[in-house]
Ligand binder design. Structure first.
Ligand SMILES: [Ca+2]
Ligand SMILES: [Ca+2]
Length: 237
C-alpha cells in the first residue's frame, strides 16, 4: 500500500512540476526577438534558420533551383544568394532573403539571367563602414564581347542593391577573388587569382580608388595553383 502511495505522490509531483518547468524553459529561451541570435545553414535548395540554442526556427526552399553561393548581412538580417540549376558551373540570378523576427522570406529575386553569377560576398570595399555586395559574374561586355569573369560591386542601403561599379575586367583574366586587409590599414583590399601570359598564375591586390579598383601589389607570382588559399597570412605587409 505504501509503495502505491509513493507512486501517487510521484505522479502528483510530476503533474505539478512539468507545467512549471516548461513555462520556465519557454521564458528563458524566448527573449525579445530583436536580441535573438540566428544561425543559417544552406544545403541545396534549403535555407534553414536556427536560434542560438540550435532549435529549428524556420526554413525555406528555393526549389527547383539551388543556392550556388550566399553571404549574410547579420546586422540587418538579410541573406544575399546566387540561385541556379543544380550541377551547373555557375548560377542564374541573384536573390535576397530576410530572416527578420525568425522568419525567412523572399525579399527580391533578380530576373536578369544574363550575368551567370558564381560568387557573392559582403564586404566594405571603400572603407566607409557600409558593406557592399560583390558578385563574380561571367559575361560579355560591350567593349570586350567574349564571355569572361567580371566583378560587379553593388551598394546596399538595407533594402535594395544598386550598381556601384560594374567592372569590365581586372588587370588580367581572373579565376577567383576574395578580400584581405593586405596593408593593415583597416580597409579591405580586393585580391584576385589571375592568369599570367606564360600560363602560370599570380595573386594580385587592388585598392578602391573611388571610381573602381586600381592595382596595388603583386602578392605572389608564377604559381601553378588554382586556389587563392595558397596566399600566406600577412602576405604583402
Ligand atoms: Ca562601403
Ligand atoms: Ca587595407
Amino acid at each position: 500500500m505504501s509503495r502505491f502511495k509513493n507512486i501517487i505522490v510521484l505522479a502528483v509531483v510530476v503533474v505539478v512540476l512539468v507545467p512549471v518547468i516548461s513555462s520556465f524553459t519557454f521564458a528563458s529561451d524566448a527573449p525579445e526577438l530583436s536580441t535573438r541570435v540566428f544561425n543559417i545553414t544552406v544545403e541545396g535548395a534549403d535555407i534553414a534558420l536556427f536560434d542560438d540554442t540550435g532549435g529549428d526556427v524556420d526554413n525555406l526552399s528555393v526549389a527547383p533551383l539551388v543556392v550556388k553561393d550566399f553571404t549574410i548581412d547579420y546586422k540587418n538580417d538579410f541573406i544575399f544568394a546566387i540561385l541556379g540549376e543544380k550541377g551547373a558551373t555557375r548560377g542564374e540570378r541573384l536573390a535576397i532573403f530576410t530572416f527578420r523576427d525568425g522568419t525567412i522570406n523572399e525579399h527580391w529575386v533578380d530576373m536578369d539571367r544574363k550575368h551567370n553569377p558564381w560568387k557573392i560576398m559582403f564586404e566594405d570595399v571603400d572603407g566607409d563602414a557600409q558593406p557592399e555586395v560583390i558578385v563574380g559574374t561571367w559575361k560579355k561586355t560591350r567593349f570586350h564581347p567574349v564571355f569572361d569573369n567580371r566583378l560587379f560591386v553593388y551598394s546596399w542601403d538595407g533594402n535594395e542593391i544598386f550598381p556601384k561599379w560594374l567592372g569590365s575586367r581586372l588587370s588580367s583574366p581572373f579565376d577567383d577573388f576574395d578580400f584581405r586587409d593586405i596593408d593593415g590599414d583597416g580597409i579591405m583590399e580586393l585580391i584576385s587569382l589571375e592568369l599570367q601570359r606564360n600560363g602560370l598564375k599570380r595573386i594580385m591586390s587592388y585598392k578602391w580608388t573611388g571610381f573602381g579598383f586600381e592595382g596595388y601589389e603583386i602578392l605572389e607570382e608564377n604559381l601553378q595553383t588554382a586556389s587563392l588559399n595558397t596566399l600566406k597570412e600577412g602576405a604583402g605587409k
